[in-house]
Design a protein around this ligand. Structure first.
Ligand SMILES: [Mg+2]
Length: 159
């Protein structure tokens, strides 16, 4: 349940070839710390190019974030992607909405995100492929420290 299909350093390592290899033709994409620093307005380095590359390969993308719509909207607009905020990942509601938009069978969908407890667990529960990306920037605060420590423990088990 906690195990991603792939664990990569950054989003730009997710190539169309790699996706095809694992039978993926649609993506449910996280925002915070996957394609931008948490709550920042600017997208991360290389993300715009990456989105173009993926789209040109005929792979569709929907943004699904647990953040508020108003925080996700500017990023979605820059990237010209459909989006859903308040996704409540790992729960199924948001994923279900995203799937409707993609019109692809569950097995052909990959969830891409930086968090095991929301993106990966949620994606695995829905029967999607899951790709864990290293967070763009380490978060501050006790809540995050505990969370990331637990993630590290889990990831070490899979090594
Ligand atoms: Mg995230």
């Amino acid at each position: 349940m906690f195990k991603p299909n792939l664990y990569l350093d950054s989003i730009s390592q997710v190539t169309p070839e790699l996706l095809k290899e694992i039978g993926v033709c649609a993506i449910i994409l996280d925002v915070d710390n996957t394609i931008r620093q948490n709550n920042k307005k600017e997208i991360g380095f290389g993300v715009l190019k990456w989105v173009e590359l993926i789209k040109n390969a005929g792979i569709s993308i929907v943004i699904l974030s647990n953040n508020f719509n108003k925080s996700v909207e500017p990023i979605a607009k820059i990237l010209n992607l459909p989006y859903y905020g308040l996704g409540f990942k790992p729960f199924p509601f948001g994923f279900k909405k995203a799937v409707k938009k993609l019109k692809v069978s569950d097995k052909k969908i990959a969830v891409i995100g930086d968090q095991i407890f929301t993106d990966i667990v949620g994606g695995n529960l829905q029967g999607f492929k899951t790709i864990l990306i290293k967070p763009i920037k380490e978060e501050k605060g006790l809540f995050w420290r505990i969370r990331r420590k637990l993630e590290k423990k889990i990831l070490n088990k899979f090594k």
